[in-house]
Design a protein around this ligand. Structure first.
Ligand code: SF4
Ligand code: SF4
Length: 429
């Protein structure tokens, strides 16, 4: 007869690949890969990368010290110049959003809740290891207040002080000084010196990546489109954590394939598919809910004005003098002046950029995403809507978060919006 102890079955930990966050990533990837035809072959690199990192929980390797960044305002060239590796911590997982909701105010934005939820978790995905330093630019209030919370979780945090306005000379000087102080902190962290040579090499590395991105961006001018927006967002999201050289090689390969598609007259969508500009709170994997809903409903996201894509990679550094001091100042300028994030007091540049994108990309309509709880995007909606109204451009404003609960309702709104764009196009035609 069996004794009592032989009946005890040990509880084994659930392997990561069967966890909720892996399931969430898996669903999104299946959707991106399997529900669309004619995916570019070179996208396989990115599909495999996301499966490995987000679905299997494979480790992301890096060189030197690891510096986590919480926003695009942290100058990554400086981090590379000190032999460290930057990784962007902004997170798009609903699983971590819920973890963050346990200790954050209910009305916080999903992006901030998910980022803090991830950092507070035993199982940080992407599996990057504990950052040696987190640099937190003082942008929106929620990001600012995150510094102390991250410190409370045991991280070493550096507040990179960003001015609230970007037009004045005083703001420029203030920011240049902040960036120089950041370089001092990186020197303390790495024990290395900032030289013209290592800064130049770091700038060459990021500018090679940016050139590849710009080329991809230019292929999206083509109508009918050669590539869908869901793939473009996946590519730029990989930049958050992938090795920069490997990422650039993969984008260059994708560009070669797009050049072939262009030559052969390939169409990734029907000629009448409405061309959409995406703006607002950034789509971050696995929360690519809205771009996917647009493309499932027959639209195509041809360009964007978000900090997980275009705003992150488009603007290049203009250096006048190749001396360390001047190079750092030029870098600082690149991270302040062209940025169109609504955290700045005045942001007319954003409207100018949006109108430019509409014109150059032959955009039929705009989708504006605002994460619930993000006051700056919510407040700036009005001035953006007025500008588009005046220009006769249709815009759909969507307040949402990382949950899938509103998918049905959003899908109906998006279908109706795209239908109205098609009708407009027909009448114009
Ligand atoms: S939305 Fe603005 S403040 Fe937030 S991460 Fe993006 S650029 Fe930074
Ligand atoms: S979406 Fe809004 S609240 Fe969230 S990080 Fe960006 S600016 Fe801050």
């Amino acid at each position: 007869m069996e004794n009592e102890t032989s009946k005890i079955v040990p509880i084994l930990p659930v392997p990561y690949s069967r966890s909720r966050q892996a399931g969430e990533a898996q669903d999104m990837l299946d959707h991106i890969v399997e529900d669309f035809q004619d995916n570019p072959q070179s996208m396989q690199y990115f599909y495999d990368l996301f499966r490995s990192v987000y679905c299997h929980g494979d480790e992301v390797k890096h060189e030197g010290k690891l510096v986590g960044t919480t926003c695009i305002h942290a100058p990554e060239e400086l981090i590379y110049a000190f032999g460290a590796t930057p990784v962007r911590l902004c997170n798009g997982s609903y699983h971590y959003d819920q973890k963050g909701a346990d200790f954050m105010p209910a009305k916080s934005c999903s992006l901030v809740k998910a980022t803090l939820g991830m950092l507070n978790s035993d199982n940080v995905i992407p599996k990057i290891g504990k950052p040696d330093l987190i640099v937190n630019p003082t942008t929106c209030d929620q990001k600012k207040k995150s510094s102390v919370m991250m410190e409370g979780m045991g991280y070493s945090v550096y507040d990179l002080e960003l001015p609230n306005v970007k037009e004045s000379e005083a703001a420029r000087v203030y920011w240049q000084r902040s960036v120089r102080q950041f370089a001092v902190r990186l020197r303390e962290l790495t024990g290395k010196k900032l030289t013209r040579k290592n800064l130049q090499a770091a700038m060459a590395k990021t500018s090679r990546a940016q050139v590849a991105f710009r080329k991809l961006h230019n292929f999206r001018l083509k109508s009918p489109s050669l590539i869908l927006g869901k793939d473009a967002f996946l590519v730029t999201n990989a930049y958050f954590f992938d090795d920069i050289e490997r990422w650039t090689d993969a984008v260059e390969k994708l560009n070669e394939e797009l050049a072939q598609r262009e030559q052969s007259g390939f169409k990734a969508v029907q000629s009448k598919a409405p061309r959409v500009l995406f703006t607002g709170s950034p789509p971050i994997f696995p929360n690519l809910k809205l771009p996917l809903l647009i493309e499932e409903a027959g639209g195509v996201v041809v360009t964007d004005e978000t900090c997980s894509s275009n705003r992150m990679l488009y603007d290049m550094t203009a250096v006048d003098e190749w001396l360390v001091h001047d190079m750092v100042d030029s870098l600082a300028d690149k991270y302040l002046k062209p940025c169109t994030c609504p955290i700045f007091t005045r942001n007319d540049d954003r409207i100018r950029r949006l109108l430019d994108l509409v014109k150059s990309y032959g955009v039929d309509g705009v989708v504006y995403q605002a994460f619930a709880g993000c006051q700056v995007y919510e407040m700036e909606y009005r001035s953006v809507a007025d500008a588009f109204n005046k220009a006769g451009i249709a815009m759909l404003y969507v307040e949402t978060d990382y949950s899938v609960d509103d998918k049905g309702q959003l899908s109906t709104r998006i279908e109706a919006f795209l239908e109205s764009l098609k009708n407009r196009k027909k009448h114009k035609g």
